[in-house]
Design a protein around this ligand. Structure first.
Ligand code: NDP
Length: 284
């Protein structure tokens, strides 16, 4: 049998990046399918990004993830950008089509896959999103494209929240509105889905929780959190204690990775193996 010592390469560029757990999940996926692929975690300073992307091309890498601070800057270094990534204004995944590098954003798509798996189709729904940063942008664009009836963005900083809603309206035609986060956010019976897309509650600040009141929420409200670590945030715990359905940030993290895996390899991702590897990395 012919010997093949060659690996297909993918990876992530970030700064800092050492604590990014994606390699564990992707390599578990390659192992589960017996693929001779490697996922490299690479620290790249902002001014070195153009050289790093030339390296991605020169090495024939099959794809790359981008994390902080490269998700916007990489867009100028690609051959094409998927329509939804353009609307979001950021790229977290690059895939190769021949010699061309195409920018994608799988964060919002990963969220949507989890939402649908929870039995919720966003079409026609009223969805309240806390936050207006990168995660909120990706999620709200995909919700708008999936036909959400009403998107309410609530954010502490007014400029950022208004800018997101203006972009959502002009780029997706969504019915979106901004509300400043000035007091406790009361979730009433008219809301179908609540999403925490802020970083409140992220490890190590695990006792922090968004200031929301779920007392008058519907009994079938779905409460979602983007925080992957810990997956059981205080918000998720409070919602479960009230008997509400929940979706954790671990689901979003797994699915944004499995969607990238499928874009790169062209094969269905072994989701269970990838999820288990990530849970182990988080000590769960
Ligand atoms: P950004 O820095 O772009 O945005 C952070 C958001 O959180 C802003 O809206 C900010 O409000 C808000 N915020 C932070 N602290 C507070 C506070 N104390 N009170 C009120 N609002 C606050 O970060 P990202 O959007 O990139 O990431 C947000 C979270 O999403 C992170 O925890 C990240 O881990 C998670 N994430 C999860 C993914 C997954 O796959 N599960 C994928 C991507 C991100 P303001 O504008 O006022 O500063």
């Amino acid at each position: 049998m012919a010997v093949n010592y060659k690996y297909e390469l993918v990876g992530v560029l970030g700064y800092p990046v050492a604590e990014n757990p994606t390699c564990v999940m992707q390599e578990a996926g390659f192992a589960a399918l017996g693929l001779q692929w490697r996922y490299l975690t690479m620290e790249v300073k902002p001014k070195a990004l153009p050289d790093a992307m030339r390296g991605v091309r020169a090495l024939g890498m099959r794809g790359i993830n981008l994390t902080i601070p490269h998700k916007v800057a990489v867009m100028a270094l690609l051959d094409d950008i998927a329509p939804d990534a353009k609307m979001i204004g950021a790229v977290n995944t690059v895939r190769r089509e021949g010699d061309r590098l195409i920018g994608e954003n799988t964060d919002g798509k990963g969220f949507l896959r989890g939402l649908r798996e929870s039995g919720i189709d966003p079409r026609g729904k009223r969805i309240v999103v806390l936050g207006a940063g990168g995660a909120a942008r990706a999620i709200t664009v995909e919700l708008a494209l999936a036909g959400a009836a009403e998107l309410i963005v609530i954010n502490r900083s007014i400029d950022r929240g208004q800018a997101l809603v203006a972009d959502l309206k002009s780029r997706t035609g969504a019915n979106a509105q901004f509300k400043p986060w000035s007091a406790t956010v009361a979730i009433g019976p008219e809301t179908d889905v609540l999403v925490n897309a802020t970083s409140i509650g992220l490890y190590p600040d695990i006792d922090a929780t968004p200031d929301v009141d779920l007392k008058s929420a519907r009994t079938d409200l779905l409460v979602c959190d983007v925080i992957p670590n810990p997956p059981e945030t205080r918000l998720v715990q409070a919602a479960r204690a009230q008997g509400l359905q929940t979706l954790t940030g671990l689901s979003m993290l797994v699915y944004q990775g499995t969607i990238g895996f499928e874009m790169w390899t062209g094969q269905p991702a072994p989701e269970a193996a990838m999820k288990r590897a990530l849970e182990q990395a988080f000590g769960l």
